[in-house]
Design a binder for this molecule. Structure first.
Ligand SMILES: C[S@@+](CC[C@H](N)C(=O)[O-])C[C@H]1O[C@@H](n2cnc3c(N)ncnc32)[C@H](O)[C@@H]1O
Length: 316
């Protein structure tokens, strides 16, 4: 006889009891559903089924830290106490922070070619900065494109919802392995080599760090409290965690923060063409505003192909 779905996947139907599968805490389907709902409401993140184990292991640390026995107790406490510090820890635990220096490298020559043509000083917003590799790559590109003195006026605002990664970003210290793919020129110009206790590490040079300001910002907040406009916004590999309505809201908030002729850089699997009329694809996952300097909106270019880009809004 065929096994029922619940028999094939007992974890879907029944609570995982203490000790089962090596787990210390009971973790039910209802607990996971509640976690998904809470992180979606607080950070816009859509967690798919296959993130269940990840949610368990990362949040189990919070249960231990709080001396709790079950996920239900933890989630009850999270909602009842409404303590900003616990919400921060909950959010930090559930974000995915993968990044790298000069990731999706084709964007940086586009930025380098773009910034000298702009009214100076230029400002760039890196809106999902993670541990800092991306905003520092932007700052390095500004220095290469504008020269040391030209770049001194430029600025990079680096934001993320996750306070833990921002602290790491601000420190600017990395393992040498994370930069070994960079050219010798870049390594020499932009990094200091660690010695003694810091052997095997590199530190981003102060003149690069001076361009970058870090700040916590939740992209799903209604008002970002940003009062200046940007020449370019990097929003890469974060929209993929949001559903389409959330993506549309975020893009709607970007529009007034963009200077005329500004560029929006998206991640390789993110496609905003069907999400908004405010930006049109210019190519290579770079978008530009559809409104011109007078505020008149030019028609967004219709995409002829859907096969080369995945429309995001998937759960991850
Ligand atoms: C996969 S990393 C991408 C990092 C970098 N942009 C890149 O492409 O290499 C996604 C980042 O988005 C951040 N994030 C997730 N939800 C967010 C939100 N609602 N507001 C701001 N940042 C968010 C995460 O904390 C994480 O650092």
């Amino acid at each position: 006889m065929m096994a029922t779905r619940a028999q094939q996947r007992p974890d879907r139907a029944e609570p995982v009891r203490s000790g089962e599968q090596g787990r210390d805490f009971e973790f039910t389907s209802a607990d996971f559903a509640r976690i998904r709902d809470l992180i979606h409401r607080s950070a816009g993140i859509s967690l798919s089924d296959h993130k269940r184990d990840m949610a368990y292991s990362r949040l189990a640390r919070r249960l231990r830290a709080r001396g709790l026995d079950t996920f239900k107790q933890y989630l009850d406490l999270l909602e009842a106490e409404n303590d900003p510090a616990e919400w921060e820890a909950f959010t930090n635990a559930l974000t995915t922070n993968l990044t790298a220096f000069f990731r999706e490298a084709h964007h940086f020559p586009i930025l380098a070619e773009f910034v000298p043509r702009r009214a100076q000083p230029v400002s760039v917003w890196c809106s999902a900065a993670s541990t800092g590799e991306e905003p520092y790559s932007i700052a390095m590109t500004l220095i290469e494109a504008l020269g040391d003195s030209g770049a001194r006026q430029a600025s990079v605002l680096a934001t993320d919802i996750d306070t833990q990664v921002l602290a790491k970003a601000e420190a600017g210290m990395y393992q040498f392995d994370q930069v070994k793919h960079l050219s010798p020129e870049r390594l020499k110009r932009f990094f200091l080599k660690g010695t003694g206790a810091h052997a095997g590490m590199v530190k981003v040079r102060p003149e690069v760090r001076a361009l970058v300001r870090f700040q916590q910002l939740n992209l799903t907040d209604r008002d970002y409290q940003l009062r200046s406009q940007f020449d370019a916004i990097f929003c890469r590999n974060v929209m993929i965690y949001f559903d389409k309505p959330t993506q549309a809201q975020v893009l709607g908030r970007f529009e007034p923060l963009m200077k005329s002729g500004g560029l929006l850089f998206a991640g390789h699997s993110e496609n905003f063409t069907y999400v908004t009329q405010a930006f049109k694809l210019r190519g290579q996952t770079v978008y530009e505003l559809t409104r011109d300097a007078t505020g008149t909106r030019t028609p967004a270019r219709a995409s002829t192909s859907t096969s080369s880009h995945t429309t995001s809004g998937v759960t991850v």
